[in-house]
Design a protein around this ligand. Structure first.
Ligand code: ADE
Ligand code: SF4
Length: 358
């Protein structure tokens, strides 16, 4: 059963615990490699409870790699709207096309082949290989890293690659020759439900006799050591909602980079010494060659993204003068509100819409 593990008793206890306590999460209904992959991409920066409805919608609309590969980018992003880290959706889509083109729609089974696909990093490659195909490799995401750090009393910064490699090597000693997938998912599950960040439930933990943090520390939760987080940049910008004949002027962000490919209202940061109103007018002129009549300030929205926070000062007006919009690269468009609703937009833009009087 757990032949191969250097610590077979602990491995057996973990597998038995997982068999009894595993939650019936939507991506656990079967081990279809495509579903495993979509779930791992979603779960990378998103909690289980938040990821579950996105997962259901996504695999409902795109049940197979082929269907995802055939979809257009905009629809994929729309399904991801609100989940954040939009680059993940874009690369998942690109990788689905590569899987169809290079592998006839069947995901490769080794971490090496998987990691050659676009957007599949070392974690996702290891996770898909082990969860879908039982590859005998360790796949440590944030929860597993915390469990491993406590087991081994790791004092280093878990963001450092050397520390991760050390923890992967430590966990490899527990890896069974069979059921490697259940072992890895069991470690993740243990981190989510028992070995929680602030209040680990050590008395209920199947690994407590192995665990150095439990045996040696008064407070096992003091591992991993809290690391100073880099401060997120704060962006203050003016946003202009300009209307003409019942349509709004909207733009699409460049496909890569922050909030890549999402649609929003025009606007930008004020220059040094420039007022927000002046910035709003200038952005409109520079971007679309437009002047707004009766530009009024409608309010402020704030939103914290993962890597930065924004404070958007929202202005509303009607368009005057000729426009040089409708550019062939489709970066700028006049759209009715329902048309705009069908496109993928950043959270802050959805908040801006909440300020507008219909
Ligand atoms: N976090 C990352 N992958 C997971 C999975 N398969 N189940 C639960 N939590 C996870
Ligand atoms: Fe985590 Fe406590 Fe289990 Fe150690 S004994 S792995 S600290 S829950």
């Amino acid at each position: 059963m757990s032949r191969g593990a250097k610590r077979p008793a602990a491995t057996r206890r973990l597998l038995r615990w997982f068999d009894r306590h595993r939650r019936a999460l939507p991506w656990r209904r079967n081990r279809d490699p495509y579903r495993v992959w979509v779930a791992e991409v979603l779960l990378q920066q998103t909690r289980v409870a938040q990821a579950a409805p996105y997962f259901e919608r996504f695999v409902d609309r795109f049940p197979t790699v082929e269907e995802l590969a055939r979809a257009d980018r905009e629809e994929v992003l729309k399904l991801w709207e609100g989940a954040g880290y939009y680059g993940r959706a874009r690369r998942l889509h690109e990788a689905a096309r590569a899987v169809v083109a290079q592998y006839g729609g069947r995901l490769p089974q080794t971490p090496e082949a998987l990691s050659r696909l676009p957007g599949i990093g070392p974690y996702t490659a290891a996770a898909v290989a082990t969860l879908a195909f039982d590859a005998p490799v360790v796949a440590l995401e944030a929860n597993g890293l915390r469990v491993a750090a406590r087991l081994t009393l790791e004092r280093g910064d878990l963001r450092r690659p050397v520390v991760r490699r050390r923890l992967e090597r430590a966990l490899a000693a527990y890896l069974p020759a069979e059921r490697a997938g259940a072992f890895n998912e069991g470690i993740m599950e243990l981190g989510e439900t028992v070995c929680r960040p602030v209040a680990p439930d050590c008395p209920r933990c199947p690994l407590r006799t192995e665990c150095r943090a439990f045996r040696e520390l008064a407070n096992p939760a003091s591992v991993p050591t809290a690391q100073a987080r880099p401060r997120r940049p704060h962006v203050v910008a003016a946003v202009v909602v300009v209307e003409r004949n019942g349509r709004w002027l909207v733009r699409r962000r460049p496909p890569t980079g922050l909030l890549g490919g999402l649609w929003e209202f025009p606007g930008g940061k004020p220059r040094r010494g420039e007022s927000l109103t002046a910035a709003a007018r200038r952005e409109l002129r520079e971007e679309a060659g437009l002047t707004a009549r009766e530009l009024t300030r409608v309010g402020v929205v704030r939103h914290a993204y993962s890597h930065f926070s924004v404070e958007l000062h929202v202005f509303q007006g009607t368009a005057a003068g000729r426009t040089r919009t409708e550019r062939p690269d489709a970066l700028l468009r006049w759209m009715t509100p329902p048309e705009f609703d069908r496109l993928p937009r950043p959270k802050a833009t959805i908040k801006v819409l909440g300020l507008l009087t219909p």
